[in-house]
Design a protein around this ligand. Structure first.
Ligand code: HEM
Length: 242
């Protein structure tokens, strides 16, 4: 079975010293929260993680408080729900895998915490399909839905997507133009939505991305200076002995 190989897209953070686009992370979280979170968990993320990354603490508290989080047991041994707090993990859409499969024609919507990351062991399925460029793959899946070519059958309850192995995917097209309205007024086209959610997922899987590049810059600067200084020192010391 051959699937289309996703192209390499020119992500803003690809450069040697380029940081992630934080306005895009913020928009991408809007997409995740309003679209993907209906079916996909992100178990490794908590609301507080986005503070100072894409939101202020006040903004994030307000967003968290819109969620109803199951808590308990209370003093009487009962479970209860309460508004979310910064320390809460993102809520899961389904209580367990069986419930998730029952709602999705038997298929399991994978947790998206590490979906764009090959490095961290990642979501096994996706990573096995692609050794690198997992953002390119997710972007391609999200934007790649199309009618099947003439004569190609699509199985019941599945959708045609040339980037998905087997071309029959259980995820219905999740993105449409203007499916959400961005707070910053950016036109919410399918490709914009997909780009932003992939940038958000990239940040989620690799939150140390910017620090890593900043440390790299510092290390190069200091090493460069030391190289120059030791060269000068050596010339200076040896100048009398020539
Ligand atoms: C699978 C991303 C929205 C249901 C997937 C996969 C990714 C993904 C990366 C894995 C594909 C693979 O295994 O290679 C997203 C993103 C979404 C989104 C970024 C939001 C923009 C949704 C929604 C639903 C859904 C709203 C439910 C209505 C599923 C299901 C699968 C899946 C059932 C498993 C597909 C299969 O194995 O055939 N999604 N998804 N997704 N998603 Fe989504």
């Amino acid at each position: 079975e051959l699937e289309l190989h996703p192209p390499h897209y020119p992500w803003a953070h690809k450069g040697f010293l380029s940081s992630l686009d934080h306005a895009s992370i913020r928009r991408g979280y809007e997409v995740y929260r309003q679209v993907c979170a209906a079916c996909h968990s992100m178990e490794q993320l908590a609301y507080r993680h986005l503070v100072d990354v894409a939101y202020t603490e006040e903004e994030m508290k307000a967003i968290a408080s819109e969620a109803q989080i199951e808590d308990g047991p209370d003093d009487d041994g009962n479970m209860f729900t309460r508004p979310g707090k910064l320390s809460d993990s993102f809520p899961k859409p389904y209580p367990n895998e069986q419930a998730a499969r029952a709602a999705n024609a038997g298929a399991y919507p994978p947790d998206l915490s590490l979906i764009t990351s090959a490095r961290h062991g990642g979501e096994a399925l996706v990573v096995r399909r692609l050794d690198n460029g997992c953002k390119d793959y997710v972007f391609s899946i999200l934007t790649g839905y199309t009618d099947p070519p003439a004569g190609v059958e699509v199985k019941d309850d599945l959708y045609y997507n040339p980037y998905f192995p087997g071309q029959n995917i259980a995820m219905a097209p999740a993105l449409y133009n203007e499916i959400i309205e961005y707070e910053d007024g950016t036109p919410a086209t399918v490709s914009q939505l997909a780009k932003d959610v992939c940038t958000f997922l990239k940040w989620a899987a690799e939150p140390e991305h910017d620090d890593r590049k900043r440390m790299g810059m510092k290390a190069m600067t200091i090493l460069g200076f030391l190289t120059f200084a030791s060269y000068y020192y050596k010339r200076h010391k040896w100048s009398v002995l020539k």
